[in-house]
Ligand binder design. Sequence first.
Ligand SMILES: [Zn+2]
Length: 322
Amino acid sequence: MKRLVFIALTVFLSIVSLAYADEGINETPPPPTVGTPAPIYTATPVPRPTPMSILEQDGTTVELYFQSIAQGQVGLIHVNGENIAGGRARFINNIVDFYPVPGDGYYGILSVNMEQTPRKYDISVFAWYDDGTRVTINTQVEVVLGGFIRQDITMAPDRLYLVDAEIERDELARLESVFSPVTPEHMWDANGFQLPILGSELTSPFGAFRNFNGALQTRHTGWDIRTILGMPIMASAGGKVAFAGLLDIRGNIVIIDHGYGVFTAYCHLSQIHVTRGQTIVKGQIIGVTGDTGRSSGPHFHWEMAVNGNFVDTIQFTQSWIP
Ligand SMILES: [Zn+2]
């Protein structure tokens, strides 16, 4: 009798554990339909803020939508005047091409490298007009500390080979070349940029100083978002696929060029649903989450670059970017 009870209990426990394992598998949703915009993708657009400072000279107005810019963040600048035909700025080793907003002059997105020394920097804003007039307005922009955290990360032995300064350098160089062209086309809409994943919980922050296995010091170039395997990833805004493929550290990655030096990148994917050169609409499913590359478990790494600098994706989505 005791033996029978024991067998019955063993069989029962096996069924329970099988059911449990099944549930784990069922957590992965069916693969999304390729190329269809997600219907439930709605978010509240960021309202237009009031500018923090306004400069005027010879009929040209420059508005700054920030007081200072933190390391690894962006600041929006607006130039306008009657019959204005273009705008541009020179700021920390960069020439920033401004984009037109119909009936509202030109806007530029200033970006600051996460390693930029905090201090005041000169900025020159150039405006030109239909009649050939040119106006230059000079001012200063203060860069402040990003307030980044420090993290110790331990990679499992099977991916320890990816904790390597040379692999890191090569990959950054490759990304730099993808991020460098400035496409003079405004491909996002007036509601700005959205989170690429629904119901997302942020885990590891952008800009963190990271120490891998006590052997490699790096910076975190994006935000990590907690997820299970197989969640659909949606384009944060409209654009064109600049890169879709496998990289050592970022794993399967899709990079979208949104125009005017703005790129978003979606990393560690298990599947990629788009190809290079493809036009993408906001909310379109471009791949599904995974655990590829230098990853210590399923998660989604979301990063972006503006004028060649990695910037904080969350600050960007919370900013008004017309
Ligand atoms: Zn990450």
